[in-house]
Design a protein around this ligand. Structure first.
Ligand SMILES: Nc1ncnc2c1ncn2[C@@H]1O[C@H](COP(=O)(O)OP(=O)(O)OP(=O)(O)O)[C@@H](O)[C@H]1O
Ligand SMILES: [Mg+2]
Length: 437
C-alpha cells in the first residue's frame, strides 16, 4: 500500500498550495497586488505534476483495478475521473484570469474569486479521495492487486513517475515556496513559542542567532534563532522548500551565512571553514544520503573520518559495524549495491566516523518504505539514548517530533513555532499545517 502513502504525500503538498492560494486570494481582495511569477509557479506545478502525473497515475493503476473489484466504486470514480479530465481546462481558465488581471482587463476581485473556486474544487476532490476512495481501496484490493499497483507507483526509472521526474517536481515546489508572499508562506498558519517543555538536558552547546542565507537574490533563511543543549534531540520540521537543508548546510559551513552568528561549545564559529567545524564535532549526514557509489562501504566510512587521527579509524569502524551489522557483512562491496535504507545507515555511519559532538541528520527517512522509516527512527532513538546531541531535519514531522525533546517549525525560511516535541505534536496549528485535511 505504498501507493496510498505516496498519494497522501502528494495530497498534503497540494493541500498546502491550496491553503496558500486561498490566503493570497484574501490579500488580493484586501487590495494586494497580483504577482504573476508566484501564480505561474503554482499553475506550472499543477499542470506538470497534477494533470500530467498524479491524475493519470491514479486513473491508470489505482482506479482501474478498484473498478474491477468494487461495483460500488463506479459512481465515485466516474465523478473523480470526470474532474481529472476537466482539470486542464480549469487551469487554462485560471491562466487567462491571471492574464486578464495582470493587464488590468479585469479586477483582482474576479481573479481572487476564480482562484477560490478552483481551490475549493481541488480540496473537495482531495477530501473525497482520502475519505472515500482510499478506505474502499484498503478494504477491497488484494495483496496481489497492491503489489501490481505499488510496482507502477514505485517505478524509479519511469520517465514520468521516476526519480528524476520527482526531483523536477521538488524544484517546482521549491519555486512556489520561494515566491509565496512572506506574509503567507507555504503551509503557514502557525506562530509563536509554546511553553518550555521538558527540562533542558545540559548546557547550551549550539546557539544560532539571526542566521540568514541566500541563493542569489532569494533569501532562503530569514533570521533563524535556535538553541541546542548538550544531549538534546531537536527536530527541525517544515514542508518542501522551508529551508531545513539550507539551515543544516549553513550550520556545517558548506553554504555561506550572509548574516547572524553561530556559537558552538562557547566558541564563535561563524567564520570557521566547514572542515574546521567538522573538527570541532559538527558532522552531517546529508540530504539524499550522497554515499559514494563506486567506493566500498569501508572506504565510504573512512571518508567520514578524514578529520580523525588514523589510530581511531579501525576502532570506530568496528563500532559502526556493531550498530549496523549489514554494513559489516557487505563491507567490501561498492556502496552503490546497497538498498536505499542501507545507504541511509551508511550515511549516518559516515557522519558518526567524524566523532560528532553534534550530529546533523537531513531527512534520513526520505524515500524509504514505511518499515525502513521506522528502522531509521529507531537508529536515531538509539543514538539519542547513548547521549548524542542531534538535530533532525524532517518533512516527516510527526515521527521526528515524537522522538525529539524539542522542535522548531520552519516555514519559508523563518521559525514560526517552537516548543517541546510533544507540545508541537498536539498543537492544533501544527496539526492543521501538517495534516491539514
Ligand atoms: N541550490 C539552490 N539554488 C537556488 N535556490 C535554492 C537552492 N537550494 C534551495 N533553494 C531554495 O531555498 C529554499 C529552501 O530550500 P531547502 O532545500 O533548504 O528546503 P528544505 O526545507 O530542505 O526542503 P525539502 O524538504 O524539500 O528538502 C527553497 O525555496 C529552495 O527553492
Ligand atoms: Mg531538504
Amino acid at each position: 500500500m505504498e501507493t496510498l502513502r505516496i498519494i497522501t504525500e502528494e495530497h498534503q503538498n497540494l493541500w498546502r498550495i491550496a491553503i496558500t492560494v486561498d490566503l493570497v486570494a484574501d490579500e488580493l481582495e484586501a487590495g494586494g497586488k497580483v504577482d504573476p511569477a508566484f501564480f505561474n509557479s503554482v499553475f506550472d506545478y499543477i499542470e506538470q505534476f497534477v494533470d500530467r502525473v498524479h491524475h493519470p497515475k491514479e486513473d491508470d493503476f489505482l482506479f482501474r483495478v478498484l473498478r474491477q473489484r468494487s461495483a460500488a466504486a463506479a459512481e465515485i470514480l466516474d465523478r473523480l475521473q470526470a474532474e481529472h479530465r476537466s482539470g486542464p481546462g480549469h487551469l487554462e481558465a485560471l491562466r487567462q484570469a491571471l492574464a486578464a488581471s495582470a493587464t488590468g482587463a479585469s479586477g483582482n476581485r474576479d481573479f481572487a474569486a476564480a482562484l477560490r473556486a478552483y481551490t475549493q474544487g481541488l480540496k473537495a476532490h482531495i477530501r473525497c479521495e482520502e475519505k472515500d476512495v482510499m478506505p474502499l481501496a484498503r478494504q477491497v484490493l488484494s495483496a496481489d492487486d497492491w503489489a501490481g499497483i505499488d510496482r507502477a507507483f514505485l517505478d524509479n526509472d519511469d520517465p514520468v513517475f521516476g526519480g528524476r521526474a520527482k526531483a523536477e517536481f521538488r524544484e517546482l515546489f521549491h519555486r512556489i515556496a520561494a515566491l509565496a508572499p512572506e506574509s503567507v508562506g507555504l503551509g503557514a498558519h502557525s506562530a509563536g513559542e509554546l511553553r518550555p517543555g521538558s527540562q533542558p538536558v545540559g548546557e547550551v552547546l549550539l546557539k544560532v542567532a539571526g542566521m540568514e542565507s541566500c541563493y542569489g537574490r532569494i533569501k532562503a533563511l530569514k533570521g533563524i534563532d535556535l538553541e541546542v543543549r548538550r544531549g538534546e534531540t531537536v527536530a527541525l520540521v517544515g514542508s518542501n522548500g522551508a529551508g531545513k537543508t539550507t539551515f543544516l548546510r549553513t550550520l556545517s559551513g558548506v553554504q555561506p551565512m550572509s548574516a547572524g552568528s553561530l556559537h558552538f561549545a562557547g566558541e564563535d564559529i561563524s567564520r570557521l571553514r566547514s572542515d574546521m567545524r567538522m573538527r570541532r564535532g559538527i558532522c552531517q549526514s546529508p540530504e539524499g544520503r550522497q554515499v559514494f557509489g563506486p567506493l566500498s562501504i569501508e572506504d565510504n566510512l573512512r571518508l567520514g573520518a578524514y578529520t580523525q587521527p588514523k589510530g581511531h579509524v579501525e576502532e570506530d569502524m568496528e563500532k559502526i559495524f556493531a550498530m549496523f551489522p549489514i554494513l559489516k557483512e557487505k563491507r567490501r562491496l561498492p556502496a552503490g549495491t546497497l538498498s536505499g535504507g542501507q545507504q541511509q545507515m551508511l550515511a549516518i555511519g559516515r557522519a558518526l566516523m567524524g566523532r560528532p559532538k553534534l550530529l546533523l541528520l537531513d531527512e534520513p527517512s526520505m524515500g524509504l518504505a514505511p518499515l525502513l522509516v521506522q528502522e531509521v527512527f529507531n537508529v536515531v532513538r538509539a543514538l539519542k539514548e547513548q547521549g548524542m546531541t542531534i538535530i533532525l531535519a524532517e518533512q516527516n514531522a510527526f515521527a521526528a517530533l515524537a522522538i525529539a525533546d524539542r522542535g522548531y517549525v520552519l516555514e519559508t525560511g523563518s521559525v514560526t513555532l517552537s516548543g517541546s516535541g510533544q507540545e508541537l505534536i498536539s498543537n492544533e496549528q501544527v496539526r492543521a499545517a501538517y495534516l491539514g485535511m
